[in-house]
Every structure is written in C-alpha cells, then in structure tokens.
Design a binder for this molecule. Structure first.
Ligand code: SF4
Length: 689
C-alpha cells in the first residue's frame, strides 16, 4: 500500500485552455490522471474550474499523440530518429537561407507554449536565422485590443485584475461570451451580481448565456459596435456627464476628440446600429450612475475590418467617463489562449523584442546584439497574415511552425492550405497530426503542458509557474528543448538546462519583467507585470499615471469602417466563436473521450424565423457557401441567433465543417487581424429530416 501511495503525485499546474489562467493541483499515478484539485491559493480562480480544466486532460494519453519525429517521403510520413530529423531540417533551412536569404523563412510560435519557449522561438528567428519574420496567433484575436490600449493608455495588457472585475459596479461585455470562452471569469461575475448587485450590460449579435443574465442586452447590427460606443460617449459628453475633472488632470486630446465625433448623434447612431434611442440613453444612464465601470471585450469586437478602432472606441468611452486608472474600472480584452499574452510579451511579434521593445529601435537591437553576442536583422519582419501572402507570391519558401493549426484556425482556410502546399520546406512541431501538420515535411513531437516546466501569463498580465506532472510520452520533448536542438543544429551554441535559465535571461533584458524570478513565482505565487526590480508587481495599471507622454491617457478619435460588401446572393450574416466544452478547433479536446462524445462535430445555429422560412428543423443537413469556400453542417434551431444571422462554432474536426473555409482574408487595417466576424453566406438545404 505504501508503494502504491508513493507513486501518486500531486503537481501544481496552470490550465492550458483559456486566458483566465486557472491554476490547480493535478493528481497523477504514473501516466494516469486521477483528479484535478483546485486550491484556495490560486490567484485567478481559487476553488473554481470549468469543464475543460476539470475533465479536459485525457488527450495527453491519446494514442494519436505523435511520439517520434516524422519525415515526409512522397505522400506519407515515416518515423525518423531525432538526429535524422534535425539534420533534414538544418540542411533544408540553411540551403534556403543561402539561396533566398534569411527573410525567405518564417517562424510561427504558439500561444499555448510557455513564455520561455516563446522567448527561445523569437531568439532563434532573430539571432540564429537573422530575420524578424516571427509571429504568433495573437494576430488572429487580440492584436487590435493591444493596439487600442497602446494608443489610449500606453501598455498592451488588461488594465486591472480579474478581482477588479468582481468589484466593479457595472461590467459591460462587448462581443465576448465568457460563459463559454472564459467560464471561471463568468462565474466570478455571476457571484458579483448576486453578492453586491453588480450590473451587467451585454452587447452581442447572439443572445449568449451572458446576455441572458444581463440587465441590458444590446443587439446592434453586425459590425456597428464602434458607432454605438461612440454615440453613447458623445451623448454623455453632450449631457455634461463626462468626468471633466479626470479629463482635465489625466487626459489629453479632449477637444479634438469632441470635434471628431460630432456626427455620432443619437439619431445617426440609432439609424446605423438598429438600436433604439431609449437603449442608447439607458446605456449612458447606467454608465454615468455607476461609480466604477469595466469593459470586457473579445473577438466579436476585434475580428472586424475596424477591430482596432472599435477597441479604441471602448477605451475612449472609459477615459471620457473617468473609468480608468482606479480599482474596479478599466479595459479588459479577454485573451483567448492560455498564453496569448505571454507569446507577445516575450517577443514573438515581427515588430517587437520581448517586453514590447521596438525591433526598429537601433538601441534595442544593439542591446540584444550585446546580450546574444551576434548581429541581428534590421529588416522589418512579416506578420502571419503577410507570411501567407508571401508564400503565394513566391517570396517565402520555408516555415517553422510550433503548436498552431493555421490551416484551420486562420481565416480563409482554403487560401492558407494552398499556401502550405507551395512551401519548399515546412517544419511543424505539434502533439498531433493536425491539418497543418499534414502539409509538413518534418513533424517534431512536442509535449503538452503537463509534461513540462515553465510559466504562462494570463489575461490579467499574471505570470504563473507550471510544473512537470508527467514524463514526456515516447520521444516527444518539451518545446524549449526541441527549439534548442533545432537552433544548435542551425549553428547556435545554446546550453539552457532548464526553463529557469531561459526565464532569467529574458527578464534580465526586459524592464517589464525586471524583478520576475522563479523564486518569486514558486508554487501558487504569481506576479503581474510590470514587475519592478525589487519584485513589486502591478495588479492595476495607471493608478498614478498612464504610460503615454506626460503620464496622461489620450482620447483617440476613430471613425466607423463600413462592413464588407458582398453580392446580394450572400443573404445571411455569418458569426462564429467558441464552445464551452471544446477548446477552439478541438485538436486537444476532441481527443478527450468524454468531451468528444458530448459534442462530436460542429453545427450551425439557425434562428426560428429563418428555419421556418427554409423548412429547417434540428438536424437538417445544410450546405453553407461564401465566395471563399463551403461547408456542410447539421442545423440547430435556436433563438440565440436572430433573423438572417447564423452561427458556427470554431470546432473543426473535418474540412467540410471548418467555419474558416467560409471566412475571408480581409482584415483589420491596422493590425492585420482577420475579419472573421464579417462575412455573408448563402445556405441551401441538402437533406430534410
Ligand atoms: Fe481552464 Fe479557462 Fe476553464 Fe479556467 S476558465 S479551467 S483557465 S478553460
């Protein structure tokens, strides 16, 4: 019995399924996962988890795990030794660099891997292969929010903490569905509603679970959020109910802003958005009568042609009403993946070194040249959207991609898949033979979070430790070890023996993390950046000053971008998003038998009106087409959607169910984030049930 007891291990980990960053103990016996045990010390979630955090781990033992390196020969993959795979990679990447230059190769890092792994990935791209062609999937989601925060307040992170949301008088959720995508955060809001009567406004196309709990539900026309946000801000200013003292002391640009938004009258706003004047006035009244207002938003805002500008309109509303720079207030773009914040923080972006130090700044480059002991590239790098275009244009020949299923999660998936077919050489590092991996020349077997040490950074800028609970399966390895092997085979001489060493190097060169150490992150301890050299962290940004010139926030005028115009035959508005049970495209959760059994495939939500009109009932098979592709799905008739709007989850088990076969390559004009949420489609019934 003692021996049996001895083999049971309890390890602290951080959930890998969303940006809330729940942490808990995971009990294991050999490779068997016995239970997940939440812990009161966990800063983001305490004793809560959601279904994914609690039951979503069996994928680590899936017999579909890739457990040895694979090399393509013809149409098939064959097992190889690590040496063979690394030689094959080095020979091809060095050949392409020699023939076509360093910028002919691109690197995609993963927002599911650790901070340390992301740091190494950008270091490999820049210091070993001499290119700034490095990006991660935050480009697909919250890059517009980051841009908006940098424009208006200075730093690209949530302004406060999840605990601030719990004490706000009023929370506004725009284009987000935390009940499914950030469940524990939604639980905390639910408790706040019950405990201190917190008010909730939800603005969304779809009557999601949060909308059903809201005091006020706004359903503006697709792509018009900027208009109602600005219209409400103008109305508040016109009524003299803005925070004049706060603006006087802590804000620049007020007069210019007021002039710029002149056209956003209640009449204009109501006409464009379809909201009534009463709804707009009620929204303004709720905002001005609350002592503290926080706004959460996600991809329903950012994934539009004007995603950055709408995110900026959110920040403008907060600043004009004095709801920034004090507890209980602020801007909360809800990060989707568990480490999407960290991937950007640690430099996986073409324009930024770690800590958002500009790659174009010669002093920054000189600093890293000293630290890394090598020359560094001065050419601007490509973002992941530009990379796909560059492959089609024949300028980009090779790619090394870690833990990202771009072939299904990127918008206009057909276009992306055709690009991957054109690559001269493609390395994919993953746990499973994803759709993207099926295009690879070499697949390197990676380990999941439970098989590695490191840190993740959640949506509230909180850095947390995860500890290795299981040994890597087969010959798979933690990503940091694989990236180091690849770098060394390409000519580097790295000798990192642990993620701790990588973290120390990253923090030593980055003001944002100056005082972050593994000792200060031990167990359930955590740090929210910026972390001062003495270890003091920052649960709430801007309490004393904003991170823009003069320490002031800036009201930043923006204007509405008209939605995409498509031929009339595309008569339905397509919306898309997450499911509670699955994570994103489903590569991990679809390999958890209990979850897969519950939701085995994707579907399309159709409104009762549309269903009546087309003769559709639950289970009817329909074909949906856009100018970019088509899918075949079973219908679910529900009043969550209204009129001619349909909704398809991002779950992508099969090509002909992948919603991104329908979405386009149009994108936010500033950040290149795809306009996933702006598409019109047509639908035909294939089979009546
Ligand atoms: Fe994991 Fe997010 Fe659920 Fe927390 S809320 S358990 S981080 S998926």
């Amino acid at each position: 019995a003692e021996l049996r007891e001895a083999r049971i291990e309890k390890t602290k980990t951080v959930c890998t399924y969303c940006g809330v960053g729940c942490s808990f103990d995971i009990w294991t016996k050999e490779r068997k996962i016995l239970k997940v045990e939440p812990n009161m010390e966990a800063p983001a979630n305490q004793i809560s988890t959601c279904v994914k955090g609690k039951f979503g781990w069996d994928f680590v033992n899936s017999n579909e795990r890739i457990v040895e390196p694979l090399i393509r020969r013809g149409d098939a993959f064959y097992p190889a030794t690590w040496d063979e795979a690394l030689d094959h990679i080095a020979n091809n990447l060095l050949r392409i660099r020699e023939e076509d230059g360093p910028d002919a190769i691109a690197y995609i890092s993963s927002s599911k891997t650790t901070n340390e792994e992301n740091y190494l990935m950008q270091k490999l791209a820049r210091s070993v292969m001499f290119t700034n062609n490095i990006d991660n999937c935050s480009r697909y989601c919250q890059a517009p929010a980051t841009e908006a925060l940098r424009r208006t307040m200075g730093l690209g992170g949530d302004t406060g903490s999840i605990s601030d949301l719990a004490i706000s008088d009023l929370v506004i959720i725009v284009g987000a569905n935390p009940a499914e995508a950030h469940p524990v955060l939604s639980t905390r809001l639910r408790r706040a509603q019950k405990k201190h009567g917190q008010k909730l406004i939800v603005a969304d196309l779809r009557r999601n679970i949060m909308a059903s709990r809201a005091d006020l539900f706004l359903r503006p026309r697709q792509g018009t959020d900027l208009v109602w946000l600005t219209g409400v801000t103008k109305y508040i200013i016109d009524q003299g109910r803005h925070d004049a003292e706060f603006i006087e002391q802590r804000v620049t640009g007020f007069e210019d802003y007021v002039r710029a938004i002149e056209k956003y009258t209640l009449e204009y706003t109501a006409q464009v958005t379809g909201l009534s004047k009463d709804q707009l006035i009620q929204t303004a009244d709720m905002i001005t009568s609350a002592n503290s207002v926080a706004i959460c938003w996600a991809m329903g805002v950012t994934q539009h042609l004007g995603g950055s500008d709408t995110s900026t309109a959110i920040c403008n509303l907060l600043i004009a009403t004095g709801n920034a720079g004090r507890p209980g207030t602020g801007a909360y773009p809800l990060r989707g993946h568990n480490n999407v914040q960290g991937a950007g923080d640690f430099g996986c972006a073409p324009a930024f070194y770690p800590g958002y130090q500009p790659a174009a700044d010669e002093d920054v480059r000189a600093k890293y040249e000293r630290v890394w002991g090598t020359r560094l590239p001065s050419n601007p790098g490509l973002n992941n959207h530009q990379m796909v275009d560059a492959i089609h244009d024949g300028k980009l020949k090779a790619m090394y991609l870690v833990g990202e299923d771009m072939a299904v999660v990127d918008s206009n998936a057909n276009y992306v898949q055709r690009a991957f077919e054109k690559l001269d050489f493609f390395v994919v590092q993953d746990m499973f033979l994803s759709k993207t991996a099926s295009f690879a020349d070499v697949i390197l077997p990676a380990s999941p979070s439970l098989e590695k040490d490191g840190t993740f950074t959640n949506t509230e800028r909180r850095i947390q430790r995860l500890y290795q609970a299981l040994p890597p399966l087969g010959q798979s390895k933690p990503d940091w070890q694989i990236i180091q092997l690849v770098a060394n085979r390409l000519g580097a001489n790295w000798n990192y023996s642990s993620p701790k060493e990588i973290f120390e190097e990253a923090c030593a060169t980055t003001e944002l993390f100056a005082g972050a150490t593994y000792a200060r992150l031990e167990g359930y301890k955590s740090l929210q950046w910026p972390v001062l050299p003495d270890g003091t962290d920052t649960p709430h940004l801007y309490l004393d000053e904003f991170a823009l010139e003069g320490g002031k926030a800036r009201l930043y005028p923006v204007d509405w971008t008209q939605p995409l115009i498509l031929p009339e035959e595309y008569d339905l508005e397509l919306n898309n998003g997450r499911l509670l049970e699955h994570f994103h495209e489903g590569n991990m959760t679809a390999r958890v038998p209990g979850i897969d059994k519950k939701i085995p495939s994707s579907f399309v939500e159709v409104s009762p009106e549309l269903a009546r009109d087309r003769g559709i009932v639950d289970g009817t098979l329909v074909r949906i087409a856009s100018p970019y592709g088509r899918v075949k799905l079973r219908a679910v008739v529900t009043d969550r959607v209204k009129g001619n709007q349909i909704y398809i989850p991002q779950l992508s088990a099969k090509d002909d169910e992948t919603v991104n076969m329908l979405t386009s390559s149009h994108h936010d004009t500033v950040t290149f984030t795809p306009a996933y949420k702006e598409m019109r489609v047509k639908m035909e019934v294939l089979e009546f049930t």
